[in-house]
Design a protein. Structure first.
Length: 263
């Protein structure tokens, strides 16, 4: 059995930053594995630990810089990784869900996995649509926002719990092969051990271009254009209290009296 996990590298912006043209100045960015994808990797590794002959493969769309992020998943138990990148993607400011799905679909067709796990969304763009778009592209069954997975390796059906609006939870059966988008809280992602980190350095990391999957930049939708980026204006009336806890409490009480609170 093969489980394919889509992973993304996301950027966290420092509290203080500067905008450079259509992006944040790289000096103020810190890169890490997407939080939702971390849970998807853990779910895949747990399936591998519970079953026999289960291979966990990760795939990401990203430049060479992202290989450090990919190796986090390898250090946590994934068997091998695929990184897809191409000159046609280098100047693209925003990779929309349909573009990602088209590239990932080519990987799915090449790898022929039984399950595809994807984080519900990424922490930067937060589209929340790539996994479902991928399922449509490869004609797999799918379930989104999965917060519990009950699946025995080799079965034709997976039972999932889905988190819906208003605190409602749905119990559903999904035919395999399937794409499942994984919600945070489904498990407790493990830390990469020192042994795992060392082993990750020798695990296969295959770099592929679009042409390796029979694609070119002309085959991709690339429907989104980034036209501007600005820091939103913030209007606030914040008052800071100085001193120790007693002084701050006294100042707060005085302010509340002035505002008529409790009068």
């Amino acid at each position: 059995m093969k489980v394919l996990v889509t992973v993304s590298e996301v950027a966290t912006v420092d509290d203080e930053f500067e905008i450079e043209e259509l992006g944040v100045d790289p000096r103020y960015l810190t890169y890490d594995l997407n939080e939702w994808d971390d849970y998807a990797v853990e779910e895949a590794v747990q399936l591998a630990e519970a079953g026999d002959d289960v291979e966990v493969v990760t795939v990401t769309i990203g430049p060479e810089r992202s290989e450090e992020t990919i190796r986090q998943a390898l250090a946590k138990g994934a068997d091998r990784a695929i990184r897809v990148w191409d000159e046609a993607l280098e100047d693209v400011a925003v990779l929309d869900p349909m573009t990602k799905a088209r590239v990932l679909a080519a990987v799915v067709e090449d790898e022929e996995p039984d399950l595809v796990l994807s984080g519900v969304q990424t922490g930067d763009d937060s589209f929340g649509a790539t996994g479902v778009a991928l399922a449509s592209a490869v004609d797999f069954a799918w379930a989104a926002v999965v917060n519990h997975l009950d699946y025995e390796v080799g079965d034709d059906v997976a039972t999932v719990h889905r988190e819906l609006e208003g605190g409602v939870e749905e119990l559903a059966e999904v035919a395999v092969p399937a794409v499942l988008t994984i919600q945070t809280g489904i498990n407790e992602p493990r830390y990469a051990s020192l042994r795992g980190i060392r082993q990750a350095q020798s695990k296969p990391l295959d770099v592929q271009a679009l042409a390796d999957f029979g694609l070119s930049g002309e085959d991709l939708p690339l429907d989104l254009d980034l036209t501007g980026l600005a820091v939103p204006e913030v209007e606030s009336d914040v008052q800071f209290f100085t001193g120790d806890a007693t002084d701050a409490a006294g100042q707060l009480a005085e302010l509340l009296r002035e505002k008529g609170v409790g009068a």
